[in-house]
Design a protein around this ligand. Structure first.
Ligand code: COA
Length: 417
């Protein structure tokens, strides 16, 4: 794959610069045009809640916006529970009249340079298509699945008991309970994002243009005593079945998980229950009487780039003590993004982890995008070796790396950013 640094020139006739005051609406109209969508006023108001103007860039042809990109500051949980500074890159688009001339490449160069300057340890994005972002050093780090099940076949296998209670609440009443459960769950799943009040406002706003014919968001919380251990946010879509479409089901305890799923699977009149985003190891199949009825579609979710390999590797926890030298091949990131090409010695023990550049001989070798794919525990080095993406240069190193990087849970990022 060719180097980003060699080809990141802004195409002739195009100006690439930071978004200016007063350009917010035109920015969104350009983004939506790229995805074939309208830009209703409600969307402008909604995006205002989370948009970080000082992290947005536009490509212009004359005075017409032909390319857009922006980042949001979304600290991401890494294995062990720490949250590291992360650029959540979004709103990426280039007008069809200007595609394949290098505008995306030039915009990514600018956006990732900005991220590096700020000291982000990771960059992350939800790609529209899988072949696009590997060339910029992103690896598929958070796989996910779409699930659906017919309510007729959704009975649990055993008794459904739980000590707490379920309550449907208005957004304002639900908010503190949802925040409590989310904060308890957030350190447990690598890939979850820290949410400021502005993000909660965005998620609870529920503007008409986001409904697409379905009903308003319903928030049901599960509390045991005074403690909220989980919640579900969903809509009823009368056009499809009707179906109950889960936007987010967050849980800390097994009881909350069981109670909330049992609730979703037994709402009267529903034909189908759907959830767009689950980790493959969610325990639901093990609760069902007939788990074969569950339709599962695996898909790539969030892609991650390690902006700073030693900082990223030192920030996470490891499941086994150990020492390993990793040769990282990075021919895609220029210096200003933090070029990570080189060998790094990673050491982990009960006191934490350290990672430094070294001249020692490597134990394993891989590309920076593939290291990013393993980083949150979503795929093992052994699997990547079978795909020809990892080389073991010292006997036993692969097994050691897998033992160190393995997590208790598959990574999960419950929301789109
Ligand atoms: C995807 C999109 C942003 C690409 O913009 P672009 O300016 O045409 O891309 P560039 O010309 O800078 O291409 C950069 C590289 O990515 C590759 N690329 C671009 N779009 C691609 C695609 N859809 N699939 C595979 N590769 C793609 C190019 O071939 C080029 O490769 P190379 O430089 O390594 O040889 C643009 O087509 C678009 O707006 N699509 C619709 C909206 C969308 O999908 N946005 C992305 C959201 S994550």
């Amino acid at each position: 794959m060719s180097s980003i640094s060699r080809q990141a020139r802004v195409p002739e006739g195009i100006e690439l610069r930071a978004l200016k005051d007063g350009e917010f609406e035109s920015f969104f109209r350009a983004v939506d045009f790229g995805f074939g969508n309208d830009t209703p006023q409600g969307r402008i108001d909604q995006e205002r809640r989370i948009f970080e103007d000082d992290r947005a860039f536009v490509a212009l042809d004359g005075n017409q916006i032909v390319g857009t990109t922006a980042a949001q500051s979304v600290p991401m949980t890494v294995p062990g529970g720490a949250a590291v500074p992360t650029a959540g890159i979004a709103y990426v688009g280039v007008k069809p009249t200007h595609r394949r001339r290098g505008i995306l490449r030039a915009m990514m160069d600018r956006q990732l340079g900005e991220s590096r300057e700020r000291g982000d340890v990771l960059a992350a994005l939800w790609p529209s298509e899988t072949p696009i972002y590997g060339r910029f050093g992103f690896g598929m780090a958070v796989p996910m699945e779409h699930w659906s099940i017919s309510r007729k076949h959704a009975a649990f296998g055993g008794a459904v008991d739980f000590p707490g209670r379920l309550t449907i609440m208005s957004p304002d009443d639900a908010l503190p309970h949802m925040q409590q459960a989310y904060e308890a769950a957030r350190p447990l799943w690598p890939g979850m994002l820290a949410r400021g009040d502005h993000w909660w406002g965005f998620l609870l706003a529920d503007p008409e243009h986001e409904r697409h014919g379905a009903g308003p968001k319903v928030h049901t919380v599960y509390r045991d005593g005074d403690v909220c251990e989980g919640y579900v946010t969903y809509r009823i879509n009368p056009k499809e079945g009707p179906s109950l479409e889960i936007e987010e089901l967050v849980w800390k305890t097994a009881e909350a998980h069981r109670a909330l799923w049992n609730y979703c699977l037994s709402v009267d009149l529903m034909e189908t229950i759907k959830y767009w985003n689950l980790p493959a190891d969610d325990p639901l199949p093990w609760l069902l009487h007939d788990s074969r009825q569950l339709r599962r579609e695996p898909i790539d979710g969030v892609w991650v780039k390690l902006m700073d390999v030693p900082a990223a590797l030192a920030a996470r926890a490891y499941s086994a003590d150990g020492r390993i030298v990793i040769r990282v091949h990075d021919d895609v990131s220029p210096q200003k993004h933090g070029r990570n090409d080189g060998a790094y010695r990673l050491e982990a023990d009960g006191d934490g982890a350290s990672c430094v550049a070294t001249t020692e001989a490597a134990d394993i070798e891989l590309a920076v995008a593939d290291l990013a794919a393993t980083y949150l525990g979503g795929v093992s080095f052994t699997t990547l070796r079978a795909a020809g993406r990892v080389e073991e240069t010292a006997s036993g190193a692969l097994e050691r790396a897998d033992a160190m990087f393995a997590g208790e849970r598959m990574p999960w990022c419950p929301e789109e950013f």
